[in-house]
Design a protein around this ligand. Structure first.
Ligand SMILES: Nc1ncnc2c1ncn2[C@@H]1O[C@H](COP(=O)(O)OP(=O)(O)OP(=O)(O)O)[C@@H](O)[C@H]1O
Length: 712
């Protein structure tokens, strides 16, 4: 602190808040007392850390706490200069410096400086900042007080609601020796080949992949003791940054090495019930669509390393042909109601144990069904007439009953790896019980039961009660909301957090645009903006972009789709109850999900995608019909959905636009929706619709600010 000149201080000044010119990190104010008048010296009698007021903690500050474990480790990858996709143009230098303290106004009556904090906006989980203050702390520098000049106008600025001054570097263990290539070793030759087949020969790991390779890949030379040590990790990085490959590579390599070592399977124990499936690894995902895509991706990675991957999704597990709905009804007695689809029962083939599943990808509810038996939670209410003894009243009483149809099809004893993908969803209040009970049942099946409470109320004040699962546990997420943070802090305080520097920001290649509702028909506004997208594509002679539209409610999805179809814009509407979701494939997302070249319809061989010589390709291009707007009449270029499809799905680079037409529920939801475009270094744009002027524009203004603050 600069020495103060007591002569310069106002005579009646007793206490003041002063800004320290050089202060320890986090120390931003100190209270000083002037002992005499005129003062001979200034003494700091108390100093406090500036913390946020109760109940309004900026969530990035929380993230610092959450990601900085009490006894575990946080490691953050530096942005790679060389890393063109997905983080090609970011360096650590680009990160915003620590926020300046709020400006202070000298109050002549009280004779002291006050911090000016704009009125709190309950709906805005961020701290508003005023920037542009040029006034310095005259008091500390010994200069005369100057009344605040009308000076420059202060422009309100919002700090990233999920990332306020979180300097990942400062809180992380320094990261050294991160791999900058996919090489063998540490990865197996076959896996490296597959990675190059998928991403190209020059592919480089993204930051989160580099961290995963460094920490999760066990070298072939690892001792049996090292292999037997179970570890827990959280992989946290922004959308489209390659988390799937980050966890699949180490997991698949470990499974293959265990197979080569001929590690005995627990399911071979004759005392355990015989099951059709005994996977060694389980990936849990929140939707069937994501399960299918992830299992397809795992299969791509296993092109040169043979392991068996299975996706158990809604209706794509083999059916037991001879069981019909009517037989099922017989089996259920007279009480069958609701769903009688048993197509997901897996046939117990003779010798099934000899062709075991290595990796199973599924949703928590499907997994519960597979190891508990179909219908385990099928509470059928049967009404029974019961005549009350007083003889005059007749009432129906509902009796809940539980059914177990058929044998469980899956054994859990062999599971060595569990990945909880989109962990923030799977540990949110809706899913967490199912997820935790799966983890507990696997532990029990492996002979190490762990405590499990079905009703769990988490609070930040809870003491950690670590759970050591007898398997490797990987949690992955692009966002760390409070529910996940509380869960991790309570049950996995020592888990190692691996994070990318762009966590809680939009991908750097994703542009944002605010669209102003005209005040007329909103569907017409959306149509207008869609046509502008395609008009611009036609001007540049580009293929017409696909557009993903997110609404908040299913009804809105259906109505908008109908309107667009009437206007000659073919669209696909997808809601959670949509019929097309009941089929056992992702065909309802055709044209929108990423398809790798060798998977594309018409490609000749899985190994050798047909590559046309350049002149030939050019000739074909010029001979082709000129593109017109008519294309959008017949082939859907628009998919309308709710947050259902906002998680994890890898959309095609053709999805260049995401429209957010209803106000996002929160910024976490916004990050996931917007992140369906601009993936893996591809260009993309998110268009946020809102009213920008007049009555009702306040909400949109807040959203605009929050979105602006998420920009990379
Ligand atoms: N090292 C890499 N270089 C270039 N592209 C990559 C790399 N790794 C993965 N990709 C591609 O990036 C895309 C996004 O990957 P992925 O779906 O795993 O992202 P994610 O981080 O899981 O996203 P989300 O949080 O939305 O689930 C995929 O198409 C994948 O093939």
């Amino acid at each position: 602190m600069a020495p103060a000149d007591p002569e310069m201080a106002p005579a009646d000044l007793q206490t003041a808040s002063v800004e320290l010119e050089t202060a320890p990190v986090g120390l931003e104010t100190a209270t000083v007392v002037l002992e005499t008048t005129p003062v001979s010296r200034i003494q700091i009698v108390s100093a406090k850390l500036l913390t946020k007021r109760e109940g309004t903690a900026p969530s990035r500050t929380r993230l610092v706490k959450d990601l900085t474990p009490s006894s575990g480790k946080l490691e953050v990858a530096p942005s790679f200069q060389r890393d063109r996709a997905p983080h090609h143009d970011r360096t650590l230098k680009e990160y915003k410096p620590r926020k300046p303290p709020p400006p202070r106004i000298f109050d002549s009556r009280e004779g002291r400086h006050k911090f000016v904090v704009p009125a709190a906006d309950e709906d805005l989980p961020v701290t508003l900042k005023l920037s542009g203050s040029s006034r310095s702390a005259d008091f500390t520098s010994g200069g005369k007080y100057k009344p605040p000049s009308p000076g420059p106008s202060y422009k309100a600025k919002v700090v990233n609601p999920l990332s306020e001054d979180f300097d990942l570097d400062k809180h992380a263990v320094p990261t050294t020796h991160l791999p900058d290539k996919f090489t063998s070793p540490p990865l197996m030759e076959g896996l490296v080949q597959s990675v190059h087949n998928i991403l190209g020969p020059d592919a480089e790991p993204t930051p989160i992949q580099a961290l995963a390779i460094k920490h999760l890949v066990k070298p072939e030379s690892a001792t049996p003791e090292e292999h037997a040590q179970y570890r827990q990790f959280l992989l946290a990085s922004e959308t489209g940054s390659g988390k799937s490959m980050a966890y699949l590579l180490p997991l698949l390599q470990d499974l293959k090495l265990a197979e080569l070592r001929d590690t005995p399977r627990r399911s071979a124990d004759p005392s355990l019930p015989r099951r059709a499936m005994n996977p060694r690894a389980l990936v849990l995902a929140p939707t069937h669509e994501l399960s299918r895509q992830l299992s397809g991706f795992a299969k791509d990675l296993l092109h040169n390393v043979k392991l068996r991957v299975m996706c158990a999704s809604q209706a794509n597990t083999p059916s037991r042909k001879k069981v019909t709905a009517s037989r099922m009804a017989d089996a259920m007695g007279d009480v069958a109601e609701g769903d009688t689809d048993i197509s997901s029962e897996i046939i117990m083939r003779p010798g099934a144990q000899h062709r075991p599943v290595d990796l199973l990808v599924s949703t928590p509810s499907k997994v519960l069904e597979l190891f508990r038996g179909r219908g385990w939670d099928w509470e059928v209410r049967r009404s029974r007439k019961d005549v009350f003894t007083n003889g005059c009243e007749e009432r129906k009483i509902n009796i809940p009953r539980k059914y177990n149809i058929g044998e469980p099809q899956m054994g859990l004893a062999d599971i060595e790896w569990v990945v909880v993908d989109e962990a923030d969803v799977l540990f949110d209040p809706d899913f967490q019980e199912a997820t935790r009970s799966i983890l507990a049942e696997i532990s029990a099946a492996r002979g190490h039961p762990v405590p499990f409470e079905s009703d769990l109320v988490l609070s930040t004040a809870d003491k950690p009660t670590p759970i050591d699962y007898p398997f490797h546990l990987l949690l992955t997420s692009a966002t760390i909301p409070a529910s996940l943070a509380a869960y991790v802090n309570k049950f996995h305080p020592t888990l190692t957090r691996l994070a990318s520097p762009n966590l809680h920001r939009l991908p750097s290649t994703l542009k944002t645009e605010n669209f102003n509702w005209t005040g007329g028909n909103r569907d017409a506004d959306i149509e207008h903006r869609l046509r502008r997208v395609w008009y611009e594509d036609l001007q540049q002679n580009k293929p017409l972009s696909r557009v993903l539209i997110f609404c908040n409610k299913s009804n809105r999805v259906l109505n908008l789709s109908e309107t667009l179809n009437e206007k000659g814009i073919a669209s696909v509407a997808l809601t959670s109850a949509g019929e097309s979701r009941k089929r056992g494939s992702n065909h309802h997302l055709d044209g929108f999900l990423r398809v790798r070249e060798h998977e594309a319809p018409g490609s000749t061989s899985a190994d050798a995608p047909e590559v046309k010589a350049e002149p030939e390709a050019q000739a074909e291009e010029s001979a082709a019909e000129p593109r017109t707007m008519d294309e959008v009449k017949d082939v859907p270029h628009v998919m309308i959905t709710t947050s259902l499809l906002s998680r994890g799905l890898d959309f095609s680079p053709d999805v260049k636009h995401v429209f957010i037409v209803d106000e996002p529920r929160n910024m976490v939801d916004f990050l996931h929706r917007a992140g369906r475009s601009g993936r893996a270094g591809e260009d993309g744009k998110v268009v946020v619709f809102g009213k920008q002027k007049g009555r009702g524009s306040e909400k949109a203004r807040i959203v605009r600010r929050k979105v602006g603050a998420l920009k990379a």
